[in-house]
Design a protein around this ligand. Structure first.
Ligand code: ADP
Length: 274
């Protein structure tokens, strides 16, 4: 009887091993398919800036370097191309980590108002170049503490702000507003009065490499990954992202965040009675 029990245990172990191996193989297959598709996208996206850089360098080597003004101009353009390549590669690195679930969130409590102000400072110059006003409701006198990965949420805000400026119109506005929701949540809204998005494109907007107007977006320096990164970060937080847009009128992107409950805040203030 002992041998029979041992055999049953062994069979169970072998079955479990086989099951685990199968899962492992399935995971590898998914990863392999993902890798193949992604590699195709990557080479396509990198070709344009790579050819640009190569073109300027070839021209310089062929003799353009002799003229100081032309040399400076071509080198500056080549540098811009390299910057663009770096930007795309960084976005690709981020989306790969997010899509394969390799990105661990580092959640802390922070003031979302502070973060919005910080991101506004970052983009003031970019907005000013297009005469776009960045507006943030001044009613916020108290901090609004949220629990999330601050660096990633900064990236979400940055990507949404960059888009609102890129696809915004000259003399337009980008406005950020924060509202309390029930269930200890806040919603952050980024609204612009720019070119807007046709309804037919909305369902694909958050797909990686999707762009409404490929040439327009390239000219503006996009990677086609901005919104895909935003969606992944928000979903990794178990939060929601929404878009509301009308062609020719403007767009609103909004996302939710978990608010730090006031009771928890009180207990963290030194000297307070909890
Ligand atoms: P890109 O690098 O092309 O900007 P994104 O993923 O950030 O990539 O955005 C995808 C597409 O969605 C853009 O190419 C653009 O067509 C559209 N889009 C994003 N944000 C806005 C906005 N605020 N107004 C109008 N169109 C937008």
């Amino acid at each position: 009887r002992e041998i029979a029990t041992d055999m049953r245990t062994l069979t169970r172990q072998v079955e479990e091993f086989a099951r685990n191996k199968k899962i492992e193989i399935e995971t590898l297959k998914v990863r392999e398919a993902y890798r193949k598709e992604f590699l195709g996208n990557i080479s396509h996206e990198l070709k344009t800036p790579l050819f640009t850089v190569q073109g300027y360098i070839d021209t310089l080597i062929e003799g353009a370097h002799k003229d100081k003004a032309i040399r400076k101009k071509y080198l500056a353009r080549a540098q811009k191309g390299v910057d663009r390549l770096t930007y795309i590669v960084n976005d690709m690195d981020m989306i790969t980590k997010l899509e394969l679930g390799d990105l661990n969130l580092d959640k802390t409590d922070f003031d979302i108002i502070d973060l919005v102000r910080h991101v506004f400072d970052q983009f003031e110059m970019k907005a000013a170049k297009k005469k776009i006003s960045l507006l943030f409701d001044m009613v916020y006198t108290e901090p609004i503490m949220v629990h999330a990965d601050e660096e990633r949420i900064q990236q979400v805000l940055a990507n949404l702000l960059v888009n609102s400026i890129k696809y915004g119109k000259t003399n337009g506005t980008t406005e950020v507003a924060i509202e309390d929701l029930i269930n200890n949540k806040v919603i952050v809204r980024v609204t612009d009065n720019g070119e807007g998005i046709d309804k037919t494109h909305i369902p694909r907007l958050f797909e990686r490499f999707f762009r409404v107007d490929r040439t327009g977006s390239r000219k503006e320096g996009g990677s086609g990954l901005g919104l895909a990164i935003v969606k992944h970060i928000i979903e990794a937080h178990d939060e929601r992202i929404y878009v509301d847009s009308e062609l020719g009128i403007g767009s609103e992107f909004s996302f939710t965040l978990e608010k730090v409950s006031s009771s928890r805040l009180d207990s963290e203030i030194p000297g307070s009675i909890s």
